[in-house]
Ligand binder design. Structure first.
Ligand code: URA
Length: 424
């Protein structure tokens, strides 16, 4: 292919034919497209966009650049993806819950970056948990336990890995078709027949605006449906952290509470909404009552224990889900009702404490984090603790408190914030 001509099509706001788009992505994967031409194309897409048809072909080409999981003979395969949030431990609850209700969750998850957390980091707060599972063991566990969650291999959608790194370096991440295709390429390669996308909207999310979140959800649904998958999209608020904990070990503890029928109301509400939609999409009974019962009767928790054990995790070890030993409160400056709890600031504060990454590959402290004692709509008196920061010997504590100054707003009155904002 003649790359300057290909680039000219997008520069002039034209649409690529499927063949040239596929050849371009194949060239990115095999290194024959140099970074400068790939970066020029990404920037052109940021300005000119892509049609739905182009976006779907591009996503499929990214998926085709590497290994695809064949989950063919497993029953009711489901997957869920969140666009990234603060305190979002949903997968830890949802995956075993769905397995307990008859679905198969054979899932590839990511690590946290920036102010958002990642499921694989959270799971590594359980000593022994193996995030790297070879294909044979992955499929065997999917058959035997109904749930397996592993880290992403370099061989899955490798063209997306190359292009994502270029996007990061060239300010071309923020394009809806590029984001939608990037996310969906990994879901398509993951092989599940029903996919539920949890698009987070709000100040702690990628999408700060509901209309943008809806459009991202729509695009991802189009990509999935053109590839023959059933795709549901939930739009959920990320104005405040989800649940009452932010930080890896803390979040696993909270997820376990939810799996035993307790835990915070918002986490439970979101898990039940996502599970219901996915079960319906898979032809299983997904009434909210049935889903809630699996949390309350211990069957979801029992599946969680089996899943973690199958991947080598030992919840009984004395260092399991160990928390940082030191605590510092953030207190309410005045009496009133909590009106804002800035999710972005809480995510950044945990990163300052050492619980998140500034760059890919950074080591993180799984025991630090923040416990929230209040959520939006709760009444507080001046001096009450709004949150407790768990830290290690003061490391990052000053910076964390600085990030949180202004993160909590208390007003005379405020309504609890809605969690599920809609479906796209
Ligand atoms: N997550 C991804 O995998 N890709 C994007 O482009 C953005 C978020």
């Amino acid at each position: 292919m003649h790359l300057p001509e290909f680039l000219q099509v997008k520069r002039d706001r034209g649409a690529h034919d499927p063949g040239s788009l596929r050849a371009f992505v194949a060239g990115v994967a095999d290194g024959s497209v140099p970074d400068y031409q790939a970066a020029a194309w990404l920037m052109a897409v940021c300005f000119a966009g892509m049609t739905d048809e182009e976006t779907a072909v591009y996503a499929d080409a990214l998926a085709a650049s590497g290994d695809r999981l064949d989950l063919g003979d497993l029953p009711h395969t489901v997957d869920k993806h969140s666009t990234g949030g603060v305190g979002d431990k949903t997968t830890l609850v949802l995956a075993p819950l769905l397995a307990a209700l008859g679905a198969t969750v054979a899932k590839v998850s990511g690590r946290g970056l920036g102010h958002t957390g990642g499921t694989i980091d959270k799971l590594e707060a359980i000593p022994g948990y193996r995030a790297t599972v070879d294909r044979e063991a992955f499929l065997r566990q999917a058959h035997e336990v109904g749930v397996v969650v592993s880290g992403q291999s370099q061989r899955m959608a490798p063209a997306d890995g190359v292009l994502y790194a270029l996007r990061d370096a060239t300010a071309t991440v923020a394009s809806l078709p590029l984001i939608a295709a990037s996310v969906m390429s990994k879901k398509l390669a993951g092989g599940a027949r029903a996919i539920q996308l949890d698009v987070k909207v709000g100040r702690g999310a990628f999408m700060t605006d509901l209309a943008q979140g809806r459009e991202l959800g729509r695009l991802m649904r189009v990509i999935g449906e053109r590839a023959g998958r059933s795709v549901g999209v939930t739009l959920s608020s990320m104005e405040q952290p989800l649940g009452r904990t932010v930080g890896n070990a803390l979040e696993v503890r909270e997820a376990i509470d939810a799996l035993r029928g307790g835990g915070p109301d918002d986490l439970r509400e979101l898990v039940i909404a996502l599970a219901s939609d996915l079960l319906h999409a898979s032809g299983l009974d997904g009434t909210p009552e049935r889903v809630a019962a699996a949390l309350d009767d211990g069957s979801a928790y029992e599946r969680f224990v089996r899943w973690v054990a199958a991947q080598g995790g030992d919840l009984d070890r004395s260092d399991a889900l160990a928390l940082a030993p030191d605590a510092s409160d953030l207190t309410a400056e005045r009496s009133g009702v909590v009106a804002e709890l800035d999710a972005l600031a809480f995510g950044r504060a945990v990163r300052q404490l050492g619980g998140g990454r500034a760059a890919k590959g950074d080591r993180i402290d799984l025991g630090v984090g923040i416990r929230l004692h209040a959520k939006i709509g709760d009444r507080m008196s001046a001096g009450d603790p709004v949150a407790t920061l768990l830290h290690r010997g003061g490391h990052g504590l000053g910076a964390a408190h600085a990030v949180l100054s202004g993160a909590v707003r208390i007003a005379d009155a405020a309504e609890p914030a809605p969690l599920v904002l809609g479906r796209a």
